[in-house]
Write a protein that binds this ligand. Sequence first.
Ligand code: NAD
Length: 483
Amino acid sequence: MVSRVIPVESFDLVIFGGTGDLARRKILPGLYRRFLAGQMPEDARVIGAARSDMDDDGYRAMVREAIEEFVSEQKRKPDVVEAFLGQLHYTAIDAKGEGGWDKLAKLVRKDVVQAFYFSVGPSLFGDLATRLHKHKIANPESRIVVEKPFGRDQDSAKALNAVLAASFDEHQIYRIDHYLGKETVQNLMAVRFANMLFEPLWNAQYIDHVQITVAETVGVGGRGGYYDKSGAMRDMIQNHLMQLLCLTAMEPPSQFEPDAVRDEKLKVIRALDPVAAENIVRGQYAADEDQASYIEHSENPESKTESFIAMKVDISNWRWKGTPFYLRTGKRLKARMSEIVIQFKEVPHSIFEEDAGSKANVLAIRLQPDEGMDLRVTIKEPGPGGMRLVDVPLDMTFAEALGPEGADVPDAYERLIMDVIRGNQTLFMRGDEVEAAWAWTDPIIEGWQKRGDKPAQYEPGTTGPEDALMLLHRDGRRWRELK
Ligand code: NAD
């Protein structure tokens, strides 16, 4: 299989926060890999802009180190790295003041695609948008990429949308959720809408329930102070898991076109039922021999912030009434694993003996660690001696099915950055989607605060609090194993 790489138009990409953790770990290594793949034109430029005083050479040295650390050895080709570094520039800037803006205005070319990546803390998003506009750096086709978190409730998201809208049109604003850049997430749309096989069964009549899991083994570590103001609901459910739910549950859009897809996702969010307290389990990880507890990490002995959530979500529309979506996410769990699981119903009547071992079909869409899909189908166990049934995987791990190039899928960030340059907003959240997602989560969070609910403690290295298992057991269901 030969992968096709279509070079994008020439561009100037300014990374505000170009010396920060996200830029060094994801954005710059991602751009290098696109350069290596031949997708970044030779006259495209990446301009780091941050607080530190540094010249181009200092910045290139920093990025060289980031490439050493975050790009696999196999992809680090010395001459390619040098050529890539030659396309990098740096300028110091103060998002909160006037320093550096005139220089940036002179640096950014007017005759190429302009993109401005806001890889800085959320308190600076508004300042950057306003100053880009005030200093006439951006034009009506420039794009801004806004990192998460996008607000912390509906009011703050609305306020941020309004500040951005004062300087940029909606078609210029790219609210990034890197989960949407994952190959398998887009494959979910391909599987649903490019095959006759699945879509007719994709509803409450044939699907028993859906599970969406994003499990991490790491704790909050040094980010305890930040995380304590957020928690799993704001940090994971309101954005990443909600987006995965929307893509799984949405109606087929009429076209694979940004607003058609985002309209359908928005309809799903608006059809979500409010979630009753008994349908949510919250947890906080305890300490083990190696690591501190959540409370110790957060440095707040009274913290009621959750590092784990499991919840049962109902969607009130014709397609999904009666088929729950169970969401679960947490830190310091047994395994690092993200997947969407479609659990089909049993056949209405089995012609085989009760103990033959018939199982319902399962479609598991893995986002990490190994992106791929696995469809379990029931077949006859080979051999004589009656009809014994087994369920076997129709495994579609990209690495196996598509050869080495199948495994070499671009990282989510690099794909999304190229989408920004191409001007394709399909995999980015629209302002009204983000506000609607907060409108659904806000009352849940307010309910905890009003009641003073405390999350249950759970042992690290497990699947979370016991009650999370009960959430499914009481419905006669089980979570898929975390592995
Ligand atoms: P960071 O603290 O490592 O870097 C912040 C950057 O902002 C630095 O380059 C700093 O120089 C610059 N900066 C700070 N104040 C400035 C000012 N007044 N003017 C100009 N530049 C200024 O942060 P990070 O971890 O890289 O995160 C950046 C953004 O990305 C945040 O919104 C964060 O929530 C989001 N994010 C980060 C990650 C991650 O893995 N690090 C993941 C998802 C989202």
